[in-house]
Design a protein around this ligand. Structure first.
Ligand code: GRF
Length: 199
C-alpha cells in the first residue's frame, strides 16, 4: 500500500505566511500532503500572489458579493469541491465558518490560532497576554467546530513572553512557531489516517 497523500485546500485572507510554510513543507519529499488550491475571501490578499507564483491554483470567493453568510458558504463549498481536497487548512482566514459548511467537511477543517487554547480565544491575543502579565503563550493548531477556537487540539507550541516584549516582538516569535506547528499538524493527521487505513 502506498503512503497516504493528503490533498489540501488552504483558505486565507491576508499575507499568507502560514500558507507559505505549508507550501514549503509540501516540497519536502516524504511530506504527506500537497496543495490543490488556495482560496481567499479577499481579492487583494497578498498570499494569492505568492501561491500563484508557486504554480498553485488560486480562487477568490469574495464574501462581500453575497447577501448572506449561507450564500457565501455555498459558493465557497462549490469552489473547494471542484478540486481534490481531503483537508481544509484555515491559515489567517478571517471569516467564521458556519455549522452548515463545517458539517459538509467533518473532521476535515483545521485552523491555527496564536495562543495556547483554550486560553485567549478570539482576536488581539498577544496584546491581551502581555496586559495580563503572562510568562508563556504560543500557538495551537486545532480541528474546527462550530464554536469558535474550540475544536480538539492537534499541535501546540509554547513561547516565552519576555519582559520587554511588545505585541509585535511577541507576535513575530509566535509566528515562527506557527510555521513549524502547521506542517506538524498536517503530518499528524496523515499519520492518523494511514494507521486507520492500515488497521
Ligand atoms: C496568524 O497569526 C494566525 O495564527 C492567525 O492569523 C495570522 C495569519 O497570518 N489565525 P498569515 O496570513 O498566515 O501570515
Amino acid at each position: 500500500m502506498g503512503a497516504i497523500m493528503l490533498d489540501l485546500a488552504i483558505f486565507i485572507s491576508g499575507r499568507g505566511s502560514n500558507m507559505s510554510a505549508i507550501i514549503d513543507a509540501c516540497k519536502n519529499s516524504g511530506f504527506p500532503a500537497r496543495v490543490s488550491v488556495v482560496i481567499s475571501n479577499k481579492p487583494d490578499a497578498k498570499g494569492l500572489e505568492i501561491a500563484a507564483a508557486e504554480g498553485i491554483p488560486t480562487q477568490v470567493v469574495d464574501h462581500k458579493l453575497y447577501s448572506s453568510k449561507p450564500e457565501f458558504e455555498e459558493a465557497l463549498h462549490e469552489v473547494v469541491s471542484a478540486y481534490s481536497v481531503d483537508l481544509i487548512c484555515l491559515a489567517g482566514f478571517m471569516r467564521i465558518l458556519g455549522v452548515g459548511f463545517i458539517q459538509k467537511w467533518p473532521d476535515q477543517i483545521i485552523n491555527i490560532h496564536p495562543s495556547l487554547l483554550p486560553e485567549y480565544k478570539g482576536l488581539h491575543t498577544h496584546q491581551r497576554v502581555i496586559e495580563d502579565g503572562k510568562d508563556k503563550t504560543g500557538c495551537t493548531v486545532h480541528y474546527v467546530v462550530p464554536e469558535v477556537d474550540a475544536g480538539q487540539t492537534l499541535v501546540q507550541k509554547v513561547v516565552s513572553v519576555l519582559p520587554d516584549d511588545t505585541e509585535e516582538t511577541l507576535g513575530a516569535r509566535v509566528l515562527e512557531q506557527e510555521h513549524e506547528a502547521y506542517p506538524e499538524a498536517i503530518d499528524l493527521i496523515a499519520q492518523k489516517l494511514s494507521k486507520r487505513v492500515a488497521g
